[in-house]
Design a protein around this ligand. Structure first.
Ligand SMILES: [Ca+2]
Ligand SMILES: [Ca+2]
Ligand SMILES: [Ca+2]
Ligand SMILES: [Ca+2]
Length: 370
């Protein structure tokens, strides 16, 4: 990619109407057959005006929603667990304050630190999860309490930990999942109102979906055509229409594609070039400004400056993803893969992270804006 291309890259985004097909376990392609009716909970078409599409008429993308650059205060918590792999931020006990979580592979736990809304975590528990590498949270059984799903890659298993209200969680339950499951996220793929699972099956080179029957019981996996090999991705409601999209990097991270799920089909909505410096990135979604529309958060390794930086970006149905010109935060290389959220109530994005290494005692990090 050419360094001087950044100003013009936004107008090179294209729209397609490609209906992806669902690829079965045997490799045979079939038309999607997710079986829900046409009227989803929010079936606004992709061409409907989004909440902030001002500027489209002039052929220029709307300005992205960018938080002012921050210097984050980093607190370190050494020797918390062995082989911490990744983290999440969510309000697990529904008390209005975001909570922080870490996946500890060797300890076979998810550490759950309940936030006090001011950047502190006075109560901490560990949930037994089996040997895991990734997890996500969402209400998989529709009872109003957030639940956890984790991939146990070595065990050919997905583990569910159901929330039972407040700070109570049920014992873990495993279901079989072959193919070395790694990255996992919850999203209502078929628009029937319940959260389904997206996950990478590394050995099978399959980007899979498992559909929820509404009770937290999941159908066998289907591989999504066109997504094999994608391991850097995030789900979020990037256009603010009430339904989540999938944003995924193309290898070798030169473009970012946004896929919509509607009427039981996956559709590539936009493909946008990534800035040339973004050659190694992780992605997540966060509504940084509280307008109901998720921003895309890219944490980028910058070997040219020996740092990691975080860029927020906004998605527009006509123009794709536009990243903010200035990084929100710049940190040490060990900060790669941090997870952003709102921890201290000042409306500015905070983050949690961890050191990751084999058989090591991991340090947890909490990055706050005050
Ligand atoms: Ca909480
Ligand atoms: Ca639940
Ligand atoms: Ca569903
Ligand atoms: Ca937003």
């Amino acid at each position: 990619m050419r360094p001087g291309e950044r100003g013009g890259r936004r107008t090179t985004a294209f729209r397609t109407g490609v209906l992806a097909l669902w690829l079965g376990a045997t490799g045979c392609v079939s038309a999607f057959s997710l079986g829900q009716d046409d009227a989803g909970p929010s079936d606004a078409g992709p061409s409907d005006a989004g909440p902030s599409d001002a500027g489209n008429d002039a052929g220029t993308p709307p300005a992205p929603s960018c938080p002012a650059p921050a210097t984050l205060r980093v607190q370190s918590f050494p020797d918390q667990a062995r082989e911490a792999m990744m983290s999440r931020i969510a309000d697990m006990d529904s008390d209005g304050a975001a909570d922080a979580m870490w996946a500890n592979q060797l300890d076979q736990t998810i550490a759950l630190w309940f936030g006090d809304g001011a950047g502190g975590f006075p109560e901490r528990i560990a949930l037994s999860s089996g040997r895991l590498n990734y997890f996500d949270v969402g209400d998989i059984d529709g009872d109003g309490d957030l639940d956890l799903v984790a991939t146990n890659q070595d065990l050919n298993r997905i583990t569910f930990i159901r929330g039972e209200g407040g700070r109570a969680f049920a014992a873990p339950v495993g279901i079989r999942q072959t193919g070395f499951p790694t990255n996992i996220a919850l999203i209502d793929v078929d628009a029937d109102g319940d959260l389904d699972i997206l996950l990478n099956l590394r050995v099978e080179d399959c980007f899979a979906v498992r559909l929820n029957d509404g009770t937290g019981s999941f159908a066998d996996r289907l591989c999504l055509a066109g997504l094999s090999g994608r391991s850097v991705w995030a789900v979020g409601d990037f256009d603010g229409n009430g339904r989540k999209e999938l944003a995924a990097l193309q290898a070798p991270d030169t473009r970012i594609d946004v896929f919509e799920f509607e009427d039981g089909a996956m559709r590539l909505a936009q493909s946008t070039p990534m800035p040339s410096a973004f050659n190694e990135a992780s992605l997540m979604a966060l509504d940084q400004d509280g307008d109901g529309r998720d921003e895309l958060v890219a944490t980028i390794a910058r070997p040219d400056i020996g740092k990691v930086e975080t860029r927020f970006g906004s998605y527009d149905a006509d123009f794709g993803v536009t990243f903010c010109d200035a990084p929100y935060a710049t940190g040490e290389v060990g900060g790669f893969g941090v997870t952003y959220g709102h921890l201290d109530g000042d409306g500015r994005p905070d983050a949690v992270g961890q050191t990751t290494c084999s058989f090591c005692a991991s340090t947890y990090f909490v990055h706050t804006t005050r």
